[in-house]
Each structure stands twice: as structure tokens, then as C-alpha cells.
Ligand binder design. Sequence first.
Ligand SMILES: Nc1ncnc2c1ncn2[C@@H]1O[C@H](COP(=O)(O)OP(=O)(O)O)[C@@H](O)[C@H]1O
Ligand SMILES: [Mg+2]
Length: 378
Amino acid sequence: CRRSALPRQRDPATTTPPRGPRARPSRQAPDSGSAPPPPTPRRGRSQSGFLQRRGARGVFWSRGLEEQVPPGFSEAQAAAWLEAARGARVVALERGGCGRSSNRLARFADGTRACVRYGINPEQIQGEALSYYLARLLGLQRHVPPLALARVEARGAQWAQVQEELRAAHWTEGSVVSLTRWLPNLTDVVVPAPWRSEDGRLRPLPGCRGELANLSQAELVDLVQWTDLILFDYLTANFDRLVSNLFSLQWDPRVMQRATSNLHRGPGGALVFLDNEAGLVHGYRVAGMWDKYNEPLLQSVCVFRERTARRVLELHRGQDAAARLLRLYRRHEPRFPELAALADPHAQLLQRRLDFLAKHILHCKAKYGRRDLGLGYG
Ligand SMILES: Nc1ncnc2c1ncn2[C@@H]1O[C@H](COP(=O)(O)OP(=O)(O)O)[C@@H](O)[C@H]1O
Ligand SMILES: [Mg+2]
């Protein structure tokens, strides 16, 4: 089973911990010229045949397998949350249960609980909100908890009953915070076997026939979700999940056997991509530090959820990803104008990452896939 190598050497530029201060401006993202060269089309019969039996059609997971992915958050739940969170009056605001000390667990008048995320830096909430809407644009919202924005206003009706707690939180008046429903019974998740490695190397998902062949149906259903996660984290340049594990391999050879940060399994069984504040803004600013992990990780995946691949190819063809993202964001989030939108260089970087990903998908299709995407590619 061929493996994609990952950098192992300790590079001073990469020794900043994931949450550390920004060390240097981002370098250029991989432009389309650095995408894998288009290989000579081959039918890849044995690969397709193998994956067919193991739950994939060409480079796509089979419909049967996709249908077994737990539903996660629905569109209706997202709409209901936006409605509920906006009108809610906070009656309790506690420390604990929602991560770092600047976050709070809130209780609304109707008993609903929510995690309130406060950004030390405004780009954290901006990245969280933009990542949420990018997930919706890509059709991945089932994995990302619905999010609504709120404004910290000591005199506003929303916070009237928690004045003292608000003072104790030391949140700056007027700042924008995010509200997500508090999710009960989240459990930890370890990276699946095809990416687990003690030698700092990645194993390409479709090449390791033996490994896939030994997986149970439940493990394959997990892999379907992981392939979406890896695409999402590549697009948003989110270093604060699997990529930070890969980075830590330098001094912690067992890190891949530990829980992945900012990833849980929800009570219904679907993977929940929590805490996306590193995505799109902070992540783009430091993409140069992390892309040596992000790119091989992305290239280790050659099986995709068909709908996700279609969305990516549409956004590649349209060359209008940032505009579509902002339209969606503006349509659903009335506080959209209170946070900065995606800056132009970041909007261009999003498009370049989509282009890079689209080329990778087409490269996989040419190498392994037999089905036409029906979009005029390949
Ligand atoms: N919406 C939520 N529902 C339930 N638990 C949550 C929620 N958000 C965060 N948590 C809990 O808090 C932990 C840290 O959350 P995270 O959002 O990653 O915060 P931080 O900013 O500290 O990284 C999570 O691993 C989870 O246990
Ligand atoms: Mg976190």
C-alpha cells in the first residue's frame, strides 16, 4: 500500500502551537498549477470492483452506504435554532461545559441550553460563522451545529437577567458572540485506521485495499463522514483538528490514537464538527504554515460523497464561491453586517482551494472512477 509522505522534520516556522499567536502572513495557496497532473485515464477496474463491493462506486461512496450516515442536523433544525436563539432571553450564564474560560453555557427562559462562544479576537467568531455557512453551501450542515450570532448588550433584553454574570465574563460591550445549542452526550472520536500512523505517513484511502476490506459497515459509514471532514478542513484551512494531530506527531507518536480535537460523535451517531473558529480567516492567514499537512491529507482521500464532489465542482466551475457564500450568510443571519465579510484575498484563496480540490477530485476520477460526474468534466 503506497503512502503519501508527511513532513516529519521539526521546522521552526511550524512550532507555534495551533492556538498560538499568528507567526507570519500566509503564503500563496496552492494555485491550480500545483494540482496533481492529469494522469492518463485508466479504467482502474480492479480498484472500482473492489470499492464497489466495499461500499463505493468508482470514486464515490455507494448510495447504500451514504444512506446509513446518521442524519445529523437538519435544515429544519437549523431554521428553528436561528429563530429560537435570536428571540431568546438568557436567564443563566455559567462557566464550564463549553470549552475555554471565555465561553459560557447559557440557559434560555424556555430551558434550552446554548454554548456562547466569545472571541478574544473578532476573527474567531467571523471564522466560526463563515465556516458554518460554507458547510451549508457545501451541503455539510448535517455535521455543523446550527449557529446564530448575538450582540453583547448589557442593557439589551436578551441579557437583562444575567447582568452580574455578564460583568464577570468580561466580555466587551457590543461584541458579537455565537450561540450554538448545547448538545448532550457528545463522545470522543479517534481518527479511523486508514489515517492512523505511527511513522508520520499518511495512507491513501483508496490504495489500501486490505485496510478497507477489513473494515466493518460501521467503520465505512464513519469513513464517509471523515472524507467530508477532510475536504471541509482543507477548504477552510482549519488546522485545529486532524492537522494539529499530524503536527503533534513530531513529539507524540501516539497522538493519532487519541481523541481528535474539535470533533465529537453526537447522540444520533453522526460526527459533529465543533469549533470552526480557526477556519477561513485565521486559518487562511497562517495557511502557509499548515498546508504541508493539509495538502497530503487531502491527497490521501480519493473516495468522496458524490453530492459533496458535485458541489465542489459547481463552485469551481462558477468561480463565484465567495459571492455565493456571502449571499447565503446574508440571507440567514441578520447580524451579518456586524462582522467583517471575507476579505478579498481570502475570497480568492477560498476559490483557489476549491479549484485545487476540484482538480484533485478529477484526478482521482481519471485514475479510479468510471462514472461521469455529468458536469462536463473529465
Ligand atoms: N454546543 C456544544 N454542546 C455541548 N458541548 C459543547 C458544545 N460546544 C463545546 N462543547 C464542549 O466544550 C468542549 C470545547 O469546546 P470548543 O468549542 O472546542 O471550545 P474551545 O474554544 O475551548 O476550543 C468540547 O469538546 C465539548 O466537550
Ligand atoms: Mg476547541
